[in-house]
Design a protein around this ligand. Structure first.
Ligand SMILES: Cc1ncc(COP(=O)(O)O)c(C=O)c1O
Length: 354
């Protein structure tokens, strides 16, 4: 360890993303990417970006993109923020709303980036134990805290909570910011974006990475009262004025403009998710009810580590955490029907051989 690092950097434990192995024979079901390409309009918009708009800095306010998102979600432009992926928006939100406050509450099983941001920003995490069926411990959240955050649907469990339950939480905790991370809400959970007019403490983050097949472009959005959005802008403009480049701005606008393609992609993924769930259950797997583009499943003998390793050897990548409460489970991204058939074929073989 070099002496030039700060004490903070020495003690960080950074987030570890899923493996990005490439090759035609890889069945990649480990990072919740969309198996379908982005809309043709997105590809065209990227091709149409003029050299001049690359020479110049992009619009620091992403005005046209924010206006497009505002119209799409029936909110006003000052209620919309965009960033370099929703991960960046989450980091800015942690700085704007949670740093320097009482401990931040989140479910003990949820997105593993939250504790990493806490570490980086010296925010005390307060992890709330899950209900025994892995559902979100909503009634345990709130009270004396500096903020609340959770994904809906949750990751990696894929279980969603209702809008009514979130509304109750917002009412009971009007003194603190409640951040609902809707990275996977495209796949069937109820969005709470339309509650931002009623609840000045609500922030909703969304991403173009999952439902809109644009993970490689890095684009996310947040929706909240104009006051909270201004807080995010103050942090952004104290850090990086141009987080969303000209290409991403053009591509984001084009994606929102192709509603039919988006709906059709989501429909296919949901159909494949339901089919795969039934097939896994028929194999004796436990599968939690999913409203996401992934499923959380436990093999009949609970030996998820073996299945993970054996699939990996066959170039089929899924996600496994060797951690308490998670180590009997696999998180499996929903791919195309053909990719899921390859997965099921490999699993059938592994289970019949053992
Ligand atoms: C729960 C959750 N939130 C946020 C993100 C970040 O998404 P992105 O930075 O690609 O917008 C992810 C990515 O996997 C996620 O799982």
């Amino acid at each position: 360890m070099t002496p030039y690092w700060t004490e903070l950097v020495k003690r960080l434990t950074p987030y570890v993303p899923g493996e990005q192995r490439s090759g035609n024979d890889v069945v990649k079901l480990n990072t919740n990417e969309n198996p379908y390409p982005p809309s043709g309009l997105v590809v065209q918009a990227i091709a149409d970006v003029s050299p001049d708009s690359l020479r110049r800095y992009p619009d620091p306010q992403s005005t046209e993109l924010r206006k497009t998102l505002a119209d799409y979600h029936s909110v006003t432009i000052d209620q919309v923020f965009v960033g370099n992926g929703s991960d960046e928006i989450l980091a800015l939100a942690f700085m704007a709303f949670f740093k320097g406050k009482a401990p931040l509450q989140f479910p003990e099983i949820s997105y593993s980036f939250y504790p990493v941001y806490c570490d980086l920003l010296s925010i005390t995490p307060h992890k709330i134990p899950m209900n025994s069926d892995f559902s979100l411990p909503l009634t345990q959240l709130g009270g004396d805290c500096g903020g609340i955050i959770f994904p809906n649907p949750n990751a990696p469990t894929a279980i969603a909570v209702s809008k009514t339950d979130i509304e109750q939480l917002l009412q009971n905790n009007s003194g603190t910011v409640v951040l609902i991370d809707e990275a996977y809400a495209d796949f069937g959970a109820e969005s709470v974006i339309d509650l931002i007019n009623q609840y000045p403490n609500l922030v909703v983050s969304r991403t173009f990475s999952k439902g809109r097949s644009m993970a490689g472009l890095r684009l996310g959005a947040a929706f909240a009262s104009a006051d909270l959005i201004e807080g995010l802008c103050r942090v952004k403009d104290s850090f990086n004025s141009y987080p969303v480049d000209a290409v991403a701005q053009a591509a984001g606008i084009a994606s929102i403009g192709d509603e039919n393609y988006y709906r059709e992609t989501i429909r296919k993924i949901i159909a494949t998710r339901e089919r795969t769930t039934e097939l896994l259950k028929a194999q004796g797997y436990k599968v939690l009810p999913s409203k996401a583009n992934f499923i959380f499943a436990s093999p009949p003998d609970g030996d998820a580590a073996r299945i993970f390793t054996e699939l990996n050897k066959r170039n089929i990548l899924v996600r496994y955490w060797n951690k308490d409460k998670l180590n009997q489970w696999l998180r499996i991204t929903i791919g195309t029907d053909s990719e899921m058939d390859q997965l099921m074929e490999a699993l059938n073989k592994l289970h019949s051989d053992s």
